[in-house]
Design a protein around this ligand. Structure first.
Ligand SMILES: *Cc1c(COP(=O)(O)O)cnc(C)c1O
Length: 379
């Protein structure tokens, strides 16, 4: 699904030099490399504060801790996403409220959010799934109207732009009160181990969170709040510093591959290609409307599982993200949920399939993959 080795070949010198510097300095935790990466990412995003941490799941949890969410508070998030989001809500004894998503973008549906708001609702967690921002115009409006926090789960869309209805553009992860991201190796900006970060433009929240990631300490060995131990190490920061200057180019390559995939699938009545709705028609070359963490098709003639098998048999990796709606996962089933409220997610889990997507895909590979898919679904 990804070609991390191919990508490494292209930046080997920068990465090796950067790591060698860390080894020479012996500053393995925090220190100048983590700090430099933090500043560089703040500049890239146009975010006031970036707080690095150990992984994207921690980042989400710390966002919720930082906002002071309390047991009983309801947090609305998407039914169709990776489990990390609902997991941390549950771990903090908050009440997860899963809602349906939109068919064309796979992102949380603002109408479903509005229906789910109660007097106990405290926050909305939109996940910018597969590399495209959720409908932030509608979500921010709802949050304002109902006085809710917005926590963006930006693990899959770093570098993406959201174009607001008035034409303003903002980077994914800088629009809500606070955001989380992941630097897991396969993410668009991945390190060579685990890593994550929290973004916010709020000075007070940034201060609170900086202590929380370090055992609740604001002064060494004085613990003012309950915190966690969640750090980005200097080796990972060194890798990320070498990669960040290439992020836009990496995302452009992904978009390029996506455009070629979609072009090949044009006119295929059994295949729905991913839609970009974010200010652009189609998949444009010039802006970061979608950064294609995944290129996800919907197979409309019930052949999805057989197609996955066929691709595997032919040496083409593929993924089903995600095969089970969160409201039906054993850990999160709850009598509060009504199947009738999840028509889109229930359908998507049967139709979606993600094709290989990375920075090193070439035309020959794309042609081979698209031919396999087209021949099989039309059999
Ligand atoms: C990857 C991912 C996470 C978790 O990130 P980790 O670094 O693996 O903990 C959270 N949310 C989404 C949507 C993700 O894709």
């Amino acid at each position: 699904m990804v070609d991390l080795k191919g990508q490494y070949e292209g930046i080997k010198e920068e990465v090796n030099t950067s790591i060698a510097e860390v080894l020479d300095s012996s500053a393995f935790i925090n220190g100048p490399y983590v700090h430099a990466f933090q500043k560089e990412l703040e500049d890239y995003l146009g975010a006031k504060h970036v707080i690095p941490c150990a992984n994207g799941t921690d980042a989400l949890q710390i966002c919720m801790m930082g906002l002071g969410l309390k047991p009983g508070d309801e947090v609305i998030t998407a039914d169709f996403t990776f489990a990390a989001t609902v997991e941390v809500i549950a771990l903090l004894n908050l009440t997860p409220v899963l809602v349906d998503v939109e068919e064309d973008t796979f992102n949380i549906d603002p109408e479903a959010i509005e229906k789910a708001i109660t007097p106990n609702t405290k926050a909305i967690v939109p996940v910018h799934l597969f590399g495209q921002c959720a409908n932030m115009d509608a979500i921010l409006e709802l949050a304002k109207k109902h006085n809710l926090y917005v926590i963006e789960d930006n693990a899959q869309a770093i570098g993406a732009d959201h174009t607001f209805k008035n034409g303003d553009k903002q980077k994914a992860g800088t629009m809500g009160h606070v955001a989380s991201t992941s630097f897991f190796p396969s993410k668009n900006l991945g390190c060579y181990g685990d890593g994550g970060a929290i973004f916010t433009n709020d000075d007070d929240l940034a201060h609170t969170i900086r202590g929380m990631v370090n055992h609740g300490m604001y002064k060494r060995y004085y613990h003012d709040v309950i915190g966690v131990n969640s750090r980005l190490d200097s080796m990972q920061a060194a890798v990320l510093r070498a990669k960040l200057p290439n992020l836009d180019e990496y995302n452009r390559k992904r978009r390029n591959a996506a455009r070629k995939y979609s072009k090949a699938f044009e006119g295929q009545s059994n295949i729905a290609v991913p839609k970009t709705v974010n200010g652009c028609e189609g998949i444009c070359d010039s802006c970061d409307c979608h950064v294609f963490h995944q290129y996800t098709l919907r197979i409309l003639n019930e052949k999805r599982d057989d197609l996955a098998q066929h691709l595997n048999d032919n040496g083409v990796p593929c993924g089903v993200y995600y095969p089970v709606p969160l409201h039906r996962q054993k850990a999160y089933v709850d009598e509060r949920y009504d199947e009738a409220d999840f028509p889109v997610t229930n359908q998507l889990v049967k139709e979606v399939i993600s094709l290989p997507m990375h920075t090193e895909l070439d035309d020959e590979q794309i042609e081979f993959i698209t031919n396999l898919v087209i021949d099989f679904v039309n059999q």
